[in-house]
Design a protein around this ligand. Structure first.
Ligand code: DX5
Ligand code: ZN
Length: 224
């Protein structure tokens, strides 16, 4: 049986009190911290880089799942790993030599992920599936938290899940953007293994309780 994970996105946290916001999730049932790096070139927004990842790492008691929304990610992979990333995900659309970049991530000892934008078909992952620890399907256009889930993503998830089952690889499917209590069941039923939840967790009244509710949906949806 595969594990199903919840990864709150730090992007939605209150950065005035970052340490406390990380600590909050440390004390929840969440599995990973999702950490969004944006460069203002690949996506129309700038978030943060190594310096902040290092600070998050000092407080976090769960693995850091770092999502690089940047051009030329191969220039920074070693530094991102040193800053504390446990999973490093690059965008297919930003990597002309995706196979090489995946190997570069793995050489650092981190788990390797590739993300695809809403307009990119899952078929582009066909030839690297065996090499991937994680495939991230964007369910919003990357760049901002708090956007509306694109429902076409469910069909893409089903397609990818089928390919992973047929090929019998260990690749985890992660869904990122607009995920919350309202659609977690549908996302899980489509085949997702990791649910990124930014606003739905951090902007909720009680983030710890929201994580618990998401975990409850996993328990009720996944028949073991
Ligand atoms: C979007 C980021 C997401 C974002 C998710 O570009 O990759 O990880 O933080 O935030 P929500 O869950 O609010 O859509
Ligand atoms: Zn992300």
């Amino acid at each position: 049986m595969r594990q199903h994970l919840i990864a709150p996105s730090v992007l939605a946290a209150d950065f005035k009190q970052l340490a406390a916001q990380i600590e909050l999730i440390n004390n929840s049932e969440a599995d990973w911290f999702h950490v969004d790096v944006m460069d203002g070139v690949f996506v129309p927004n700038i978030s943060f880089g190594m310096f902040i990842i290092k600070a998050i790492k000092e407080v976090a008691k769960k693995p850091l799942d770092v999502h690089l929304m940047i051009v030329e990610p191969e220039k920074y992979i070693e530094q991102i790993r040193e800053a504390g990333a446990d999973v490093i995900t690059v965008h297919y659309e930003a990597c002309p030599h995706i196979h090489r970049t995946i190997q570069q991530i793995k050489a650092t000892g981190a788990k390797a992920g590739v993300a695809i934008n809403p307009g990119t078909p899952v078929s582009v992952l066909e030839d690297v599936l065996e090499d991937l620890d994680l495939a991230l399907i964007m369910s919003v256009n990357p760049g901002y938290g708090g956007q509306k889930f694109i429902y076409r993503t469910l069909e893409k998830t089903r397609q990818l899940k089928e390919r992973i089952t047929v090929r019998n690889t260990n690749t985890l499917i992660e869904i990122d953007g607009g995920v919350g209590l309202q659609n977690a069941e549908a996302v899980l039923k489509a085949g997702a293994d990791v649910l990124v939840a930014g606003s739905s967790v951090y902007k909720s009244e009680d983030p710890v309780k929201t994580v618990k509710l998401l975990k409850g949906i996993i328990k009720n949806t996944i028949i073991t």
